[in-house]
Design a protein around this ligand. Sequence first.
Ligand SMILES: [Zn+2]
Length: 353
Amino acid sequence: MKSNFEYNLCNWCLKRQYIKNYRLKKIVEDCEICHGIENQIYKISYKIIQATKDYQYDTFLIGLTLDHSFYDNEDKFRSRFKIRGKENIKASLLREIRKNFGKISNKKIDLNSPDITVNLQIGKKFETTVSVNSSTVILSGRYRKRKRFRSISNNSDNVDCLEINQRHIENLLKKKLMTLFHSKSIIFWPLGKEEPQSLVVGNGRPFYVTIKNSKLISFKHEFSIQSKGLIFNIKEKLPILPKATPFYIKKVRTLVTCEDNLKSSDLKLINDLGIRIIESYSRGYKSWNFIYQMQSELKTQKKFELLIVCDNRFPIRRFINGDENVSPNLYQILDKRCMCEFFDILDIASEDD
Ligand SMILES: [Zn+2]
């Protein structure tokens, strides 16, 4: 049986075994555990530098998959000398690579939420592959729409209209973010919808955006993007998407045309309505929204401007047009057929604003 001194171990591996009175040997490549992997640490770190050079980040984490032969070598040695509970070759190597890479790159290790995660695979002959993943960037902001989009299709129904508008805004934002973040997987989550011809003023409509595989992870969190009459104000970077979206109330201005001539008693009916709960049914789902206040002002005999303060999800056009799946709707309240010409979002506010 070999004694520990008969084993050829490099100093790096020997230190890890905590054997007292060992004699240092000048062994590197002949090490029976690591075959001189310690000498590869700088080379590996440099490979990571190369793989991460396009990323703008502050913190990192490195994971390692090491060829099993290295563990086998160490296990054999340790079982021979009954060495237990000491750090193994992988943990030791990983610690050194992290330390070395941190020093070269001047970035910090973050075990919980690193900007980038580097995965290393080291084979039997030190063949190394490096893959890099960045953490998903989650931004929250608001957009304002200062120009009306031309209605894209006259045939589309209201739901399509809202979708078309949202997709159009999404495309404009994505195009800008793709260039900024060098990412193709961007998801836009607006809180509520408006029509292509609606303006969105005031604070703007809140939205979230998630950006996967971004090259830009560390940046100034407040910035704004302008595109074709839209202003996107990014307010902050979030650690996760909120589980429940905050509660918002919107203030909307609409122009309504009535089939009959309007009387002052009609407008009084609207203005005195007070707080009402409105039930609506859409795509198999029932929902309830509050109207908090309505204020109408006659513009011509058949037209009036209507200001509505209501929950953010309240279906404005369907309410005004007397959609039978919205109850009570304006037709039921006035007993007159009305039509929404357009609506603008004047403000969207939450309790925190
Ligand atoms: Zn060694």
